[in-house]
Design a protein around this ligand. Structure first.
Ligand code: HPA
Length: 235
């Protein structure tokens, strides 16, 4: 048992999928896994362990934002010895060439969050995905007919902005950042520091240039595609 996860030792698999929404964890466990057992309900942050194509996997909700996400990731790695963590989530498209419904592979994640920047005063750390996982996801995506956009994303502390900020994302667009979300940089930083493998696979649910967004129904479909790609990385 850790502070936020009530699982016993051995109840969590070495490979864990990380959706932000705990109900998404439940949905994945019920629709894609076999023999899934719920191991966590602390704060309603549901976690399950089951099997996908015969491979033992867990799926753990993390909540939104780097601080919440990093609590679960820290405990999964430190207390439950998890070795591979794959975030699945939504993101907002920043560039014109990134379309709503696209699946984005976050090779690296820039951030405005002090949850990462506090460790590097007057310097900058580049939170980066596991190359092995990124390469495998890229190969599996071809087999699954999923077209990936791979590159840098922004992991921001803020979802909402005030009008006086102007275009909060212009700077990031100028440097080719594909999309904005709120967790990956924290995941990659912890994975680097604690010596495990991590990857974020994201679906573009809304676009910050065009204002376009997908319906709830479609989000479900696209999410399943991305989730199957994430699950294909389990060994
Ligand atoms: N901002 C931050 N995170 C997000 C967004 C967004 O617009 N859309 C989906 N996740």
């Amino acid at each position: 048992m850790s502070i936020h996860i009530e699982a016993k030792q051995g109840e969590i698999a070495d490979f864990v999928l990380l959706p932000g929404d705990p109900l998404r964890a439940k949905y994945i466990a019920e629709t894609l896994l076999t023999d899934a057992v719920c191991y966590n309900n602390v704060r309603g942050m549901l976690g399950y362990t089951g099997y996908y194509n015969g491979k033992r996997v867990s799926v753990q909700g993390t909540g939104m934002g780097l601080p919440s996400h990093m609590i679960y990731v820290s405990e999964l790695i430190n207390d439950y010895k998890v070795k591979t963590l794959v975030r699945i989530g939504t993101c907002g498209g920043l560039l014109e060439e990134v379309k709503v419904r696209d699946v984005v592979l976050a090779i690296s994640a820039s951030t405005d969050s002090s949850a990462v920047t506090r460790y590097f005063p007057a310097m900058s750390f580049a939170p980066t995905a596991s190359f092995r996982l990124a390469q495998l996801a890229s190969a599996n995506a071809v087999l699954m007919n999923i077209h990936l956009k791979a590159g840098n994303v922004l992991s921001s502390d803020l979802f909402y902005h005030f009008p006086e900020e102007g275009d909060a994302y212009e700077l990031w667009r100028n440097y080719g950042t594909l999309a904005v979300e709120m967790e990956s940089a924290g995941l990659y930083m912890l994975a680097s520091r604690l010596g495990v493998e991590a990857l974020s696979i994201l679906t573009v649910s809304d676009h910050l240039l065009t204002g376009e967004h997908v319906s709830a129904e479609e989000r479900q479909y696209n999410f399943t595609n991305m989730t199957k790609l994430a699950l294909s990385l389990a060994e």
